[in-house]
Design a protein around this ligand. Sequence first.
Ligand SMILES: [Zn+2]
Length: 65
Amino acid sequence: MTSKPAKPPVRSRCPACGAPSHPDVRPFCSKRCRNQDLLRWLDGSYSVPVVEEPGGADLSPDEDR
Ligand SMILES: [Zn+2]
């Protein structure tokens, strides 16, 4: 007979950190990541990751010389 496990491990990954998801808090790997993702949803910036560049987005004035 085939020796397949009754419950195959879920191969989904945590959308927060990319680690293997945990059955208790899937698809996340931990409650921590779940909370982080939930906060992102509440913040309304889930699908729109804001990437602020450190150093400012000022145009280099030196180029005008
Ligand atoms: Zn995670």
